[in-house]
Each structure stands twice: as C-alpha cells, then as structure tokens.
Design a protein around this ligand. Structure first.
Ligand code: WQD
Length: 335
C-alpha cells in the first residue's frame, strides 16, 4: 500500500482529499500545524473511512522538524496543501505569507530531493491568471502580475517547483483551483472558516443560519449580465478527486513533462446573484443581502476551460452548484 504525505490534511480541501485517498486504498500520513484547522477533523475522517490517518503536528517552517519527519517516514508522494490563503490578510502580512507559503515549500522540496521522492502535487489557484483576457480560461492563458501576496506565493511556488523538477528530475503537477465550495455528503467534514469568513459561500450559510445579519454583495456594476462578478464554484469532493487523478498520473508515469499544471473547475461561471438564487432554492429560504461597493482586488469573471484536465487527468466534475450549496447548508446547520 503506497503511503502518501498530505500537508494541511486537516484543512478544508486537504481533509476531503485524505478521505478520497483512503477510499482509493492509499495509506495517508498528515502533517498539519493546526493554525487554520482543528484536530477533531482527524476523528471525523476516521468516522467516514474507518481508517485513522497517521498524524504529525509539525510546522513546515521548522526545517529541522521537516527533516526528522522524512528521516522516520517513508512516503511515495506528497500532496501539499499547507499554506496561508486569506487574500486580504496576505496584503497586510506579506512577510508572514512568504515565510510560510514559500519557506515551507522550499524545505519540503529539499527533503524530497534528498530522498528521491519525486511525486509532488501542488495546491495552486486560478488567481495566477488575474483577470484573464479570454474566457473560459485555459492553461495557455498568460500568468499576470498577482493582485495579492497570496496570489504571488502561488505564482512563485509554481516557478520554484518547475525549476526544481528540471534540476533534480522530480515530477510534479500543480492544480489551479477555481472556487472550492460545499462539504462531504456525510456532513462530518466541511469548510471551517475561523473568524469572519472571507469567502462567499461560508458568508452566505452563516447569514442564512442567523450568525450574520446580511450578506454584502461586493459590487453590482461589473460588466456581466446581472452586474455581479462571476466565478467557477467547484464541489470540494470533485476537487479532491482531481488530486487522486493527478497523483495516479504521476505514479503511473503518464505525465508528459516533469512539471504540469491543470485548471480544475466546473467550466461553468455563476454570478453572485445566481449563487444567491441557487442557495435560496437549496435552503428553501430567502437570504438577506445588500449591494455594496466592489471589494478591492476582485476580478470581474473567471471560469475554467476544463478540456485539458478532463482529457489528461481522465477526470471531470460530477456535482452541480445546487448540490454543493445544499451540502454547504447542511454542514452549516451542523455547526
Ligand atoms: C467570490 C465572489 C466576491 C464574499 C478567492 C481567492 C482564491 C481562493 C478562493 C483560496 C467574488 C463575492 C465574496 C462576500 C461577495 N482562495 N463576495 N460578498 O475572491 O473569487 O477567490 O478565494 O483558496 O484563490 O482568490 O472568492 O469567495 O472571496 O469571492 O460579494 O461577502 O463573491 O466579490 O465576486 P474569490 P470569494
């Protein structure tokens, strides 16, 4: 049984990927420093799959801890989620973001190189494209100057990985996520935003649950059919499955170059107002919201051209926006 290291494996996307890995027969070891996740997610994963993942509370910024982990744990591949990811916060705390997101990536890659572990899956983001010139966005779209430190850490991260793969003959795939939403059907794991949610869906579900008075819609004067911004909302379970497909591509040596990247989305764009309408239908209740000014740094529209990911990863999304919103609402009602 191949053992896979999942960093950030107690986080939102990480925990769903751990479940998918275990269901596929992989042995999983998680590294997480619990800075943006909770230890009880480990029990929840175990309840879902019946298998308790190995767990090490390690901060990947601690080079010595990373080294000693690899001294005592043999792994066949690494899926790297652990990173800070709040766009707004990243602009206020750039050094913390570079130290964590870039520093830990470098230490991880160094240890993998030293031990010839050459299968690496990187959590990247469609944010690397900025506002793309053409929609839907395919992998040939130019990388634009990041609008946030968070986005820059993803761009720099991809460059570090590409150069390392070339120099040290490693194999890696970066998955450029669009907007992950929803929760596992068991409703035992889901999105756990700490504090005021940054992202749309948790803000919607907390408003519907009465934890927030109303949703502020950031701008209705965009150049879109209903004036609100468009995104590609992908169910987190579909996204987790894309990681399995990418890992198996590397393990089966199907990759065509030693650094590949794929856009992982549904291919469908939904505006904020369309999401609100779909949520009201899924929850069977109206949502309190008001239109306010645009949020700085937001782009007008982004949705994926999924052709390459569908073909090369032999993967496609199976869940709809409505299903994802229904799962997110059920998850919120559990909190
Ligand atoms: C979605 C839409 C907002 C909140 C970012 C990162 C991306 C990834 C996901 C980490 C936008 C609108 C939101 C609210 C609103 N991050 N909105 N009211 O900005 O597309 O992507 O988060 O993995 O890399 O860039 O996601 O959920 O913040 O916003 O109107 O209270 O909802 O303006 O149009 P975003 P989001």
């Amino acid at each position: 049984m191949k053992r896979i290291l999942v960093t950030g494996g107690l986080g939102f996307i990480g925990s769903h990927t751990v479940v998918a890995l275990q269901n596929k027969g992989f042995e999983v070891v998680i590294i997480d420093n619990l800075s943006n996740s909770k230890i009880d997610v480990l029990e929840k994963i175990t309840e879902i799959t019946g298998i308790k993942p190995l767990f090490h509370k390690i901060d990947l910024r601690d080079k010595a801890e990373v080294r000693s982990f690899f001294d005592t744990n043999k792994v066949a591949g690494v899926i790297h989620f652990a990173a800070f990811k709040a766009v707004g916060e990243s602009i206020q705390k750039p050094l913390a973001y570079y130290e964590n997101n870039i520093g830990s990536l470098v230490y991880l890659l160094q240890e993998m190189k030293n031990r010839n572990i050459d299968h690496f899956i990187f959590s990247s983001s469609c944010t690397v494209y900025g506002q793309a010139d053409a929609l839907p966005i395919n992998e040939n779209a130019p990388i634009k100057k990041a609008a946030s430190t968070y986005g820059n850490t993803k761009q720099i991260g991809e460059e570090i990985i590409a150069e390392s793969c070339k120099a040290y003959h490693m194999n890696a795939i970066a998955l450029r996520y669009f907007n992950p939403i929803g929760a596992h059907e068991s409703i035992k794991i889901g999105e756990l935003p700490l504090g005021i949610p940054q992202n749309l869906i948790p803000f919607i579900t907390q408003t519907a649950a009465g934890l927030r008075t109303e949703l502020a819609v950031f701008g209705a004067d965009y150049d879109t059919p209903d004036g609100t911004a468009i995104r590609d909302y992908i169910h987190v379970v579909d996204l987790a499955n894309a990681h399995i497909a990418a890992l198996e591509r590397l393990l089966n040596k199907k990759n065509k170059t030693n650094f590949e990247f794929f856009n992982v989305g549904t291919g469908v764009g939904s505006s904020v107002l369309e999401v609100i309408t779909a949520f009201e239908k899924a929850a069977g209740k109206p949502l309190n919201y008001k239109i306010v000014d645009r949020r700085e740094g937001d782009i007008t529209a982004a949705y994926a051209d999924t052709t390459t990911a569908n073909k090369e990863l032999n993967w496609k999304t199976e869940k709809s926006l409505e299903e994802a919103l229904a799962d997110a609402w059920k998850w919120q009602q559990q909190q």
